[in-house]
Ligand binder design. Structure first.
Ligand code: FRU
Length: 443
């Protein structure tokens, strides 16, 4: 039996773990890949090991949707079944060209001491079945790079371009730019467009470069940051100033379970949309005992407001609300379900909000212009804080153990997993009126 067939068989055993977040039916999920609109549907792929909850033998799992909210599982798009990608079809992106859908990804192959990473293409006529193209489009990293060379993000103006993440021989993150007249190549190295400073990460994963409201931005996911926070991983952005990319040391998501986001230009709605991995390397590995680990965040719009990137959930997310069961509450304590959206807006000075079960808790406080989240569960206690000048809006999405908090229309976002197990008690002070919506199941 082929490895693809084996994976497909396993994936039919369905126990949907989350209600409306994209996730693998079985095994492990990480980065979003290949975000694209093709043949009337949105396609989202993600890194997935269907066999075990670890990130060996990575496939590209595939879901599709008409509206970015209701998802349908599709067959696996890529399986690690060739010599050059036998240890993983690693992250990458998608592009439509001359009526075909192309995936560009990293073939990952382990060697005795290190590994080999090459940039690869696969092509599809129907958006469901993909054929790999035998020859690598980029077979070797540039001279100033180690073997860590992955995660191509492609786009087209007239020519085709792609960026690849890497690590310099001095062990600092960097991003390389390539160009080609045709999608099949030859792909030519143009430049190493940006390099990390001493404390900005040893390797930059998942680069994504685009222009938004005339501002050139690069999203990167550095690893090897000199901090214990998030195990030294983070996702931040670079901002172009006078032709140079400047490292902006602000997390794309201030939560503790977020990494490796990717964006795409949504031509249908003239907007840029981002999905992130709802998880973090090393942290998600603690879930290895479970049958399933990992999800993607809700789709977020990327906006450039007051010289800052913001990430509100896309409008369509409101379609998840079961409006007939909407509740407006003002009491300080209430039993709630575990698939809800909580919404409050005002001009808050001091707030306390807690979601409590007998084994896990999520406690938010806002006081003295600082928001603090304290999470306690079987993974221990975790704390994250964020200075917030003014607290005007709070939207919290709960999907079983996934908590996704949006402050001030996406000015700050916090993605955190909390291992809630039993029914949840909500306590609050200072929010006055809170609207609660139970949410539909959409995957
Ligand atoms: C980021 C990452 C990528 C790689 C993929 C492997 O989380 O490490 O750099 O392509 O995951 O699954």
């Amino acid at each position: 039996m082929s490895v693809l067939q084996e994976a497909t068989n396993i994936f039919t055993i369905s126990e949907t773990k989350y209600s409306y977040h994209i996730h693998p039916k079985n095994g492990w999920g990480n980065d979003p890949n290949g975000l694209v609109f093709f043949h009337g549907r949105y396609h989202v792929f993600f890194q997935c090991n269907p066999f075990e909850t670890n990130n060996k033998r990575i496939f590209w799992a595939h879901v599709s949707s008409e509206d970015l909210v209701t998802w349908r599982y599709e067959p696996f798009a890529l399986a690690p079944d060739q010599e050059y990608d036998q240890d993983g079809c690693f992250s990458g992106s998608a592009i439509v060209s001359e009526g075909k859908l192309y995936l560009v990804y990293t073939g990952h192959k382990n060697n005795l001491v290190d590994y080999t990473e090459t940039q690869r293409l696969a092509v599809s006529e129907d958006g469901i079945h993909f054929n790999k193209i035998e020859t690598a489009i980029i077979a070797n990293p540039p001279a100033n790079n180690t073997h860590r060379f992955r995660d191509p993000k492609i786009w087209q103006t007239t020519d085709f371009y792609l960026v690849v993440g890497g690590e310099s021989k001095e062990h600092l993150g960097q991003v390389h730019l390539y160009r080609s007249k045709t999608i099949l190549g030859p792909w030519e190295y143009q430049d190493t467009i940006v390099k990390a400073g001493a404390k900005e990460g040893t390797m930059w994963e998942c680069p994504d470069f685009f222009v938004i409201d005339n501002q050139r931005i690069g999203i990167i996911s550095p690893k090897g940051l000199p901090t214990d926070k998030k195990h030294g991983f983070d996702s931040v952005y670079l901002k172009e100033e006078n032709g140079q990319f400047e490292y902006v040391n602000t997390s794309i998501d201030a939560g503790l379970d977020f990494y490796a986001p990717q964006t795409f230009w949504d031509e249908q709605h003239q907007r840029r949309v981002l999905f992130g991995w709802f998880g973090l390397p090393e942290e998600q590995e603690k879930e290895a005992g479970n049958k399933q680990a990992g999800a993607l965040t809700l789709p977020r719009q990327v906006r450039w407001i007051n010289n800052k990137l913001c990430f509100p959930p896309i409008k369509e997310v409101e379609k998840l609300r079961i409006v007939a069961q909407k509740q407006v509450i003002n009491q300080s304590e209430l039993r709630i379900g575990n698939t809800i959206e909580l919404h409050a807006s005002g001009n808050y000075q001091a707030v306390m909000l807690g979601l409590l079960t007998n084994q896990a808790s999520y406690k938010l406080t806002y006081y003295d212009k600082e928001l603090t989240l304290i999470i306690s569960d079987n993974r221990g206690d975790r704390v994250t804080t964020q200075k917030i000048e003014q607290l005007g809006e709070l939207r919290l999405f709960l999907d079983k153990e996934l908590t996704e908090l949006y402050i001030n229309g996406g000015e700050y976002v916090f993605s955190n997993k909390v291992a809630f197990n039993t029914s949840i008690t909500l306590i609050q002070e200072g929010l006055e009126k809170v609207t609660l919506y139970p949410l539909k199941t959409s995957i």
